[in-house]
Design a protein around this ligand. Structure first.
Ligand code: OGA
Ligand code: MN
Length: 285
């Protein structure tokens, strides 16, 4: 059966039909998936029944995988030590310990782990248990956000770096051992170009990481705050985004180089369990 690509009709995202990801992917099928991914930035595969090994095998088509950080493997027993490539995203608490990361709070717009020198190019998220409401995940297309950026804002950031703070998680909580940032110019993390060129598609995209503790190099904190507020208000415009409402068995892969994402909060009395992988990337330029 040929692979079907069904665009969401929004600014990014497409559903792929006709593939069972519990089976190895042939070269032609992967070629079709890969092309669709570069074209649509986020791909959705519905109704999948994949084991952790399947998830790892599928993810490896795109590149080498990151290993979940010690803070994740340290969580309750659910994080299988034998498969360090699997990261658990969950609010479930077992024996007083969370089995995964991010809890039930809202995660504001961000791109994954951009606070390191070589951030992951992609993340893969597979849903095992989902709450009856909330917890939807939205994506925004940063090629389009850059294309539509007002000229004065573009001129203000062209050729500049932005810092990407590592002190807090995507739900805004201080990481273990981190200190609260008092001056954004001193925030720990990484500096990357505010506009990056995608190494495969050659497209230019806005690359800001997250709003919290951001700073545009070369500006006073006050000027940078004003610019970042305008930039983030622009990125968050509905015309650049698409929201995914999860069902069990959905698998998403997104490109961190040209998309940002956010997650709604949900009722913490319900369970949400997702397994995830992360694909290594190179230094933004
Ligand atoms: C992530 C993330 C969103 C979600 O895994 O990087 O932001 O829907 N998760 O859980
Ligand atoms: Mn994320």
């Amino acid at each position: 059966m040929p692979v079907e690509v069904i665009p969401t009709g929004a600014a990014l995202g497409a559903e792929i039909r006709g593939l069972d990801l519990s089976k190895p992917l042939g070269d032609a099928d992967f070629e079709a998936v890969s092309q669709a991914w570069y074209d649509h930035v986020v791909l959705l595969f519905r109704g999948q029944k994949v084991s952790d090994d399947d998830l790892i095998r599928f993810s490896r088509h795109f590149g080498e995988l990151d290993i979940a950080p010690a803070s994740a493997t340290d969580m309750a027993g659910a994080q299988e030590k034998s498969r360090p490539e699997i990261w658990i995203i969950s609010n479930v608490v077992e024996n007083g310990k969370p089995i995964g990361a991010l809890g039930d709070k809202e995660a504001e717009w961000h791109t994954d782990m951009s606070y390191v020198a070589e951030p992951p190019m992609a993340s893969v998220l597979y849903s095992l248990e989902i709450p009856s409401a909330g917890g939807n995940t939205s994506f925004a297309n940063m090629y389009k956000a850059l294309e539509e950026l007002p000229a004065d804002l573009r001129a203000a950031i062209e050729g500049r770096n932005c810092n990407h703070d590592s002190s807090t998680t995507s739900v805004g909580e201080l990481r273990a051992g981190a200190h609260a940032v008092l001056d954004v110019r001193e925030a720990p993390g990484a500096m990357h170009p505010a506009i990056r060129t995608h190494p495969v598609t050659g497209g230019k995209a806005l690359y800001l990481g997250r709003r919290l503790n951001g700073w545009l190099e070369g500006y006073s904190v006050e000027e940078s705050e004003k610019l970042l507020d305008r930039l983030w208000a622009h990125c968050a415009k509905p015309e650049f985004s698409w929201t995914h409402r999860w069902a069990v068995g959905d698998l998403l892969i997104w490109d961190n180089r040209c998309a940002i994402h956010r997650r709604e909060s949900f009722d913490g009395r319900e369970r949400r369990v997702m397994h995830r992988t992360q694909i290594k990337g190179d230094a933004p330029r």
